[in-house]
Design a protein around this ligand. Structure first.
Ligand code: SER
Length: 342
């Protein structure tokens, strides 16, 4: 081989090293869920289609999500199965989204305990075993409880939730911080408020009304809201939520004082305020209020959140407020359902 041949080998070797250093192999658990179905798209755009492996368990991938594969069936409560998929796909980063939300969790607390707590434990243990670069585990405003200050709830406060979902999320945060301190595993997480999106419906949450209501409004139907009209809850539009997860994942670790338990928020509103905003587009929209068991869950959560730690430590800034979110939701849902707005 001549000198130029040697150089070619050297150059491709350097490219190989560079690629190995920056290559990410990401596993997304719960990829068919409300967050997962959109996060997977964003991660694939950023890190390459083949480098993001989607897992599902309960929900099958709808046809339009098939291109988000490779898809793997994974029950996160099965430790051996978690190990197997990490080995098989040479994973270095996990976004662990598989979870049972608050309302379903109150109907089946045993299932919520197993999926949320054992699932998180299995992911953390595997993270240590395989020396993963990073594990992202979203938490929730459900970590707060009736004794937590309700307005502008601080990052450091009373965490005594009264739902199984909240209990498993507090434990998940504490475990994440513990695995960071004890094993040096880079676990990061944020407390999502209610998430609003038009692409994939949420499943089994207390904040789900704020998504359902748009479908009724656009279809010209009356909506029966399962929360009282004055129930304030912190909320966020999905494009902000996806960006928050990726920005936190990519934040320089030396800037982070918190790890698995950042407060974040974008807006707070009550059902009445949301209806008023929707009526700017659909003036005849009718709503009645019939609070059910989810009212008690909502009453135990904050009205609004102080997210200054996230702002200071990794530069968090929401883009969507209530009017911007409603505008985007109405237009996209009308397009999706093939309806003209009045
Ligand atoms: N949106 C979630 C729920 O309502 C809160 O994390 O359960």
């Amino acid at each position: 081989m001549g000198e130029s041949g040697d150089n070619k080998v050297k150059i491709s070797y350097y490219y190989f090293l560079l690629e190995v250093r920056i290559l990410k192999r990401i596993l997304v658990t719960g990829a068919t869920g409300q967050i997962g179905s959109e996060l997977t798209v964003a991660l694939k755009e950023r890190y390459g289609k083949e480098n993001v492996i989607s897992t599902m368990h309960v929900r099958k991938p709808p046809e339009d999500l098939e291109e988000l594969g490779p898809w793997v069936t994974l029950d996160v409560t099965d430790r051996n199965a978690v190990d197997k998929v990490i080995e098989e796909y040479d994973i270095d980063t996990i976004y662990h989204l598989a979870a049972i939300l608050s309302a379903t969790g109150e109907k089946n607390p045993q299932l919520a305990f197993r999926v949320n707590l054992l699932g998180t434990y299995n992911i953390l243990e595997a993270g240590v075993k395989y020396n993963l670069e990073r594990v992202m585990i979203p938490s929730s405003i459900a970590v707060f409880g009736p004794e937590t200050p309700r307005d502008n709830t601080p990052n450091e406060t009373v965490l005594k939730p009264t739902t199984m979902y909240g209990i498993t999320k507090v434990a998940g945060e504490l475990l994440g911080n513990y695995y960071f301190k004890k094993y040096g595993l880079d676990v990061r997480g944020l407390r999502f408020p209610g998430l609003i999106s038009w692409k994939t419906p949420p499943g089994g949450g207390t904040t789900d009304y704020a998504v359902e209501i748009f479908y009724y409004a656009v279809e010209g139907k009356k909506y029966t809201c399962f929360l009282r009209d004055d129930t304030y809850l912190p909320m966020m539009y999905m494009p902000d939520a996806i960006r928050a997860l990726i920005e936190l994942a990519e934040a320089p670790i030396e800037k982070l004082k918190h790890h698995a338990d950042f407060n974040i928020t974008a807006m707070s509103f009550s059902p009445r305020e949301l209806v008023e905003e929707i009526r700017k587009y659909i003036p005849d929209f009718e709503v009645e209020y019939k609070p059910d068991y989810r009212q008690e869950i909502a009453d135990s959560w904050p009205n609004s959140i102080d997210d200054s730690a996230a702002r200071e430590e990794w530069g968090w800034r929401p883009e969507y407020d209530l009017p911007a979110m409603v505008d985007d939701m109405i237009k996209n849902i009308a397009r999706k359902l093939g309806k003209d707005l009045p």
